[in-house]
Design a protein around this ligand. Structure first.
Ligand SMILES: NC(=O)c1ccc[n+]([C@@H]2O[C@H](COP(=O)([O-])OP(=O)(O)OC[C@H]3O[C@@H](n4cnc5c(N)ncnc54)[C@H](OP(=O)(O)O)[C@@H]3O)[C@@H](O)[C@H]2O)c1
Length: 290
């Protein structure tokens, strides 16, 4: 049986990975602030703690979804962001350098400026803000220090999560208590169901794939139209969803407007189609309501 270490198993992506992989492998998942199931505490900024858990678990696969993911918080807290999103990732890569483990690192379309998305794996990154910059630097650290790695770029992930912070869960929660939600009509993305992301990431890892792969849903859509799709699937009140421009939202960090990612590479190599936004939302709904 293979050994799998999921660093950040308490997060959105990590929790889907943990539920998927733990029945199949000896799996250890970590948390920092929000313990989940039988996850163990780990702060990735402690090199000794990271080394210890890797020595103890002897992983064949290390999934690394752990990161500071709040884009606006990162914009205002560059030092903390770089410490977790770059330095810690670099240290993990260095520790794994002489180990048998494959590293699966998760990155984002925020490494691009959003002038001409959706983006392919070969397109030239040009991040608009601190978060995107940190993820791009981390990708570089992974590439420079490891041979056996997967960098999985993704975007706009949705699914059930204990902290209820992703776009879809947040929208459902607010809509059901009658709150208006403003949604950007000028941000184009390719929404990604966390269940599909976890399944495909695991498939790529087991197939021995290496390098950079985009994994997102197949629908290119504005955030506003995606919100209307959420309303349709989860029977929400559409009137409580208000379209605004990104500028009107006055967020700290700039967003790539024409973002999203192309998935032709992964679809071609696996001969499969990745489901679209409506299908992903229906799968998410089914997960809870059967
Ligand atoms: N969500 C998206 O839409 C999106 C889009 C593109 C790319 N990504 C990338 O995909 C990955 C997963 O995203 P996600 O949405 O699953 O993130 P998330 O829900 O915010 O989870 C982040 C995870 O990182 C852990 N963590 C944070 N700081 C840590 C530290 N110093 N030491 C150890 N663990 C730490 C958190 O632990 P606690 O919660 O227990 O504190 C949590 O398990 C990230 O790398 C993100 O950059 C996400």
């Amino acid at each position: 049986m293979k050994n799998v270490l999921i660093i950040g198993a308490s997060g959105l992506v990590g929790s889907y990975l943990y539920r998927l992989i733990s029945p199949e492998c000896n799996t250890v998942g970590t948390f920092q602030n929000y313990p989940l199931d039988d996850s163990v505490y780990l702060d990735i900024t402690s090199i000794d703690a990271v080394r210890k858990i890797i020595d103890e678990t002897q992983p064949d696969f290390v999934f690394l979804p752990a990161a500071l993911t709040n884009v606006d918080f990162c914009e205002e807290n560059k030092e903390a962001c770089f410490k977790i999103n770059i330095e810690a990732v670099k240290n993990i890569a260095l520790i794994l350098k002489d180990k048998k483990a494959k590293l699966i690192y998760f990155s984002t379309d925020f490494i691009f400026n959003g002038q001409n998305g959706p983006y392919g794996e070969e397109d030239l990154p040009a991040p608009l803000g601190v978060y995107g910059q940190s993820k791009l630097e981390a990708e570089k650290a992974v590439r420079e220090n490891l041979v056996d790695y997967l960098i999985i770029r993704t975007t706009c992930i949705y699914g059930w999560e204990p902290q209820e912070k992703n776009f879809v869960v947040n929208l459902i929660k607010k809509n059901r208590v009658g709150s208006l939600v403003e949604v950007a009509s000028d941000q184009i993305t390719t929404p990604t169901y966390a269940g599909s992301l976890a399944a495909l990431s695991w498939k790529l890892a087991k197939a021995g794939k290496e390098g950079i792969y985009n994994i997102t849903g197949s629908t290119v859509i504005s955030r506003l139209d995606f919100a209307f799709l959420v309303a349709k699937v989860f029977s929400l009140n559409r009137d409580l969803i208000v379209g605004v421009t990104t500028e009107q939202l006055k967020r700290r960090a700039r967003r790539p407007l024409n973002g999203g990612l192309k998935i032709a590479k992964v679809e071609k190599e696996f001969g499969i189609g990745i489901s679209g936004a409506e299908q992903g939302l229906l799968e998410m709904k089914k997960e809870k309501h059967g």
